[in-house]
Write a protein that binds this ligand. Structure first.
Ligand SMILES: *C/C=C(C)/C=C/C=C(C)/C=C/C1=C(C)CCCC1(C)C
Length: 257
């Protein structure tokens, strides 16, 4: 990419983020409400992904059917929550924090189960699954505390939440997850595990960026309205929930052949 193209792209992204959006508060999707648009496209994308995973489940080997089912449940739970979040956004123009965190509290532990299901044939212990789930709960409860209960202490809660995230990263990059995957001797599983791990490391890093827009946090006061947090969360959800499911799907199809 040439330098001028890069500069132009960044300018476009920044002006979009900094724009004073026509926020909704009257039940109408206004032309300039790009955050509202992502609630709608997110809703339909999650819905369509669920149909896809449920139907494709019939094409994979028996041992991967539960994994595909969980991929579909993750996007289906998200679709229902996006339906409600979209409504809150249109009616009030405020962040649907409660629905957001109820969604995550169900879907992120299911993503931990997905890691476990992938490595179970290779000998992963259920203790590993519970450690991942416990870390994810710490991450999400602390995030909710910082966003909704004690917003004046959102930096402290963000740090605590990051400890939970680090627990997940440790488990898959240095703990049992890594060891079991390496010992599995199955290149298809190893490649899928590596991709899911990268989602948890890079794809999930999208969320703390949104969180840092909260007043008083690291990215506040840079001219980006805090409401863009929902834009960033919506992008993160589409990338991570659908992408995660597609990695599992591709792995299952490959391993079935
Ligand atoms: C489908 C939903 C997913 C994968 C949600 C993931 C959410 C996170 C990885 C959130 C992480 C956070 C931190 C690491 C610190 C700040 C607070 C959070 C909750 C945004």
């Amino acid at each position: 990419m040439t330098k001028s193209l890069r500069v132009a792209l960044w300018a476009a992204v920044l002006s979009c983020l900094g724009a004073n959006t026509a926020l909704a508060a009257n039940g109408v999707l206004n032309p300039g409400d790009y955050i509202g648009f992502t609630f709608f496209t997110g809703y339909m994308a999650m819905f369509a992904a669920s149909v896809f995973f449920f139907f494709e489940r019939g094409r994979v080997a028996d041992k991967w059917k539960t994994s595909l089912l969980i991929s579909g449940l993750i996007t289906m739970i998200a679709a229902v929550h996006y339906f409600y979040m979209r409504g809150v956004w249109l009616d009030t123009g405020t962040s649907p924090t409660q629905f957001r965190y109820i969604d995550w509290t169900l879907t992120v532990p299911l993503m931990c189960v997905e890691f476990y299901m992938l490595l179970r044939p290779a000998g992963a212990s259920s203790a590993m699954m519970w450690r991942l789930i416990a870390s994810s709960v710490l991450m999400l409860v602390a995030g909710y505390m910082g966003e909704a209960v004690q917003p004046q202490s959102n930096v402290m809660w963000g740090v605590i939440s990051t400890i939970g995230w680090a627990g997940i990263i440790y488990e898959i990059f240095m703990g049992e997850g890594k060891k079991v995957a390496a010992a599995s001797g199955n290149a298809v599983i190893q490649s899928a595990f590596k991709q899911l791990s990268m989602f948890a490391l890079i794809g999930w890093a999208i969320y703390p960026i949104g969180y840092m827009l909260l007043p008083g946090n690291l990215l506040s006061g840079m001219g980006i309205p805090p409401s863009n947090m929902d834009l960033i969360y919506n992008i993160g959800d589409a990338v991570n929930k659908i992408g995660f499911g597609l990695v599992v799907y591709a792995m299952a199809i490959k391993d079935t052949k």
